[in-house]
Design a protein around this ligand. Structure first.
Ligand SMILES: Cc1cc2nc3c(=O)[nH]c(=O)nc-3n(C[C@H](O)[C@H](O)[C@H](O)COP(=O)(O)O)c2cc1C
Length: 168
C-alpha cells in the first residue's frame, strides 16, 4: 500500500471479528517492529504475540480493551538494556516508535489494530510471568474489523495544521 494511503486509512478498531490473521501476515507485521529505529540501535524491544487461550485470558484480566481481537501484540522494552542519553533512558521512546511501526505495518498488511494504554501492567506481568526488566509499553490488538464495527470516533478528527505546526 502507498505510504500516504496507510496514513489516510489507519484507524482504531474497537470491535474485531474472530477471524485470525495468517501467520504470514503476523510475521510481516512483526518484521516492521524489528526494523524500527532505536537509540544507538540498542533494540531494547521485546514483542510478545498473545493468541493462546492462556495469553488472551491474561490480557483480558489486565485490560477491558481487547475488543474481541484474536491476537494481541504486547510491546515491551528491556529497561536494563536501553540506551541512556542526556541522563535519561530512551526505552519508552524506542518502544513507542516500535509500536507505531507495528500499527502502520498492520494497516499495510490489511489488518486492523488499535494502540492500548489502558491495561494494568503489574497484572499483565504477573499473569504472563514476564521478567522484571521488561516494561510493557502498550498492547496492540490486531485482526479484522467486525462487520458492525463503527468508524473510529476520532477518525480524521484532527486539529488544523496551523494549530500544530509553527514555522519559525
Ligand atoms: C498512546 C495511546 C494510547 C491509547 N490508549 C487507548 C486505550 O487504552 N483504549 C482505547 O480504546 N484507545 C486507545 N488509543 C486510541 C486513541 O484513542 C486513538 O488513536 C485516537 O482517538 C485517534 O483515533 P484513530 O486512531 O482512529 O485515528 C490510544 C492511542 C494512543 C496513541
Amino acid at each position: 500500500m502507498e505510504f500516504s494511503k496507510i496514513i489516510e486509512t489507519r484507524q482504531s478498531t474497537r470491535k474485531f471479528s474472530d477471524k485470525m490473521p495468517s501467520e504470514e501476515i503476523i510475521e510481516k507485521t512483526l518484521e516492521a517492529g524489528v526494523k524500527a529505529p532505536t537509540a544507538k540501535n540498542v533494540q531494547p524491544q521485546k514483542i510478545y504475540v498473545a493468541k493462546s487461550e492462556k495469553a488472551i485470558s491474561a490480557i483480558d484480566k489486565s485490560s477491558p480493551c481487547r475488543y474481541g481481537a484474536p491476537v494481541v501484540l504486547i510491546v515491551c522494552v528491556d529497561t536494563d538494556n536501553a540506551c541512556v542519553l542526556n541522563g535519561h533512558s530512551t526505552a519508552e521512546i524506542d518502544g513507542a516508535i516500535v509500536a507505531t511501526h507495528l500499527l502502520l505495518a498492520a494497516t499495510d498488511n490489511g489488518v486492523d489494530s488499535i494502540w492500548i494504554e489502558m491495561f494494568d501492567r503489574s497484572t499483565l506481568k504477573s499473569e504472563l510471568d514476564l521478567p522484571n526488566n521488561l516494561l510493557p509499553i502498550c498492547l496492540i490488538p490486531i485482526g479484522y474489523r467486525a462487520e458492525d464495527c463503527p468508524v473510529s470516533r476520532n477518525f480524521h478528527n484532527r486539529k488544523p495544521l496551523n494549530d500544530i505546526v509553527k514555522h519559525i
